[in-house]
Write a protein that binds this ligand. Structure first.
Ligand SMILES: [Zn+2]
Length: 286
């Protein structure tokens, strides 16, 4: 299962990356009662029930503030895949900032270097997302400042969207229930990068994580689920155990053997919708 933010300031339907705290607690209870909760590092053989692994991507501070107390309450292990770019900074990820900015635009808004105003629609949001996604991080910052200026938006970094601090990450890495995984440094789509660029991304992020944790970091969650043949080569060269996709499908023993592990994005659904939501995946016991 793949989560990102566990936070009551869900407030943004556009990304679907937040689950509120009470829903998350109900999810955990449901998992505990119906599945065998596993760690990525374990052997997934001879299960008594269908197995389930809890994962978080990006490294939001709410993982320690809101999710950890509940994982402790029910004694459930989880892996947190950390993007190292914003660790110990107030900066928000570009997709959260874009949602904030877009929500604060008027019905008709401007984009940098274009004369004509654009009307809000699902399509215009998608075009903006694709455009910003493709920029290098330095260029994203410049683009945001220009976009906010022409649309009269004052963006202030929000506490509820920050990443973990160094000391929070260190604490998590020493916690018996928590495994730390790689989610690259810059959160670029690896499938768009060369072998060398991908290797640099992963090495930089591993180096940053090694400064804060003593865990042997072996798993990589792919930003945006994106990869290419070189990603697999880099994974082998860096001796990683497996990559985790974001494809909304469940894993089988075959996936574990192929070292590409499938994952399901858990939406912010309430307890009464949970059983039906999970049922549609028709998990098999293996
Ligand atoms: Zn991510």
């Amino acid at each position: 299962m793949m989560y990102h933010r566990i936070n009551n300031s869900v407030g943004e339907k556009l990304t679907g990356l937040s689950v509120d705290i009470s829903n998350f607690e109900k999810h955990l209870l449901f998992y505990k009662n119906n599945f065998q909760i596993l760690r990525l590092e374990e052997e997934w053989t001879s299960l008594k029930k269908t197995g389930l692994v809890i994962t978080f991507d990006d490294g939001y501070a709410d993982n320690i503030i809101n999710a950890l107390p509940l994982l402790e309450k029910y004694q459930l292990p989880a892996t947190i895949f950390v993007t190292t770019l914003n660790i110990d900074s107030k900066d928000e990820f570009w997709w959260d900032r874009l949602v904030f900015d877009y929500s604060n635009c008027k019905e008709s808004f401007f984009v940098p270097n274009q004369n004509n105003a654009i009307s809000k629609s699902n399509r215009s949001y998608k075009i903006l997302t694709d455009f910003v996604h493709a920029l290098r991080n330095e260029d994203k910052e410049e683009w945001f400042l220009a976009f906010e200026k022409i649309n009269n938006i004052s963006f202030i970094h929000r506490e509820e969207f920050r990443s973990l601090t160094n000391s929070e990450l260190k604490f998590l890495s020493e916690h018996p229930l928590i495994s730390i995984g790689i989610h690259t440094h810059n959160h670029y789509s690896l499938g768009t990068l060369s072998y060398e660029e991908q290797k640099k991304e992963l090495q930089l992020s591993i180096q940053n994580l090694n400064e804060l944790t003593t865990q042997n970091i072996k798993y990589l969650a792919l930003p945006h689920g994106s990869y290419n043949q070189d990603t697999i080569e880099v994974m082998n060269d860096l001796n990683l155990s497996a990559v985790l996709l974001a494809n909304n499908y469940y894993s089988s023993s075959k996936n574990k053997a192929s070292r590409k592990i499938y994952r399901i994005l858990m939406p912010n659904i309430k307890h009464n919708e949970l059983r039906n939501y999970i049922k549609k995946y028709n998990f098999k016991i293996w």
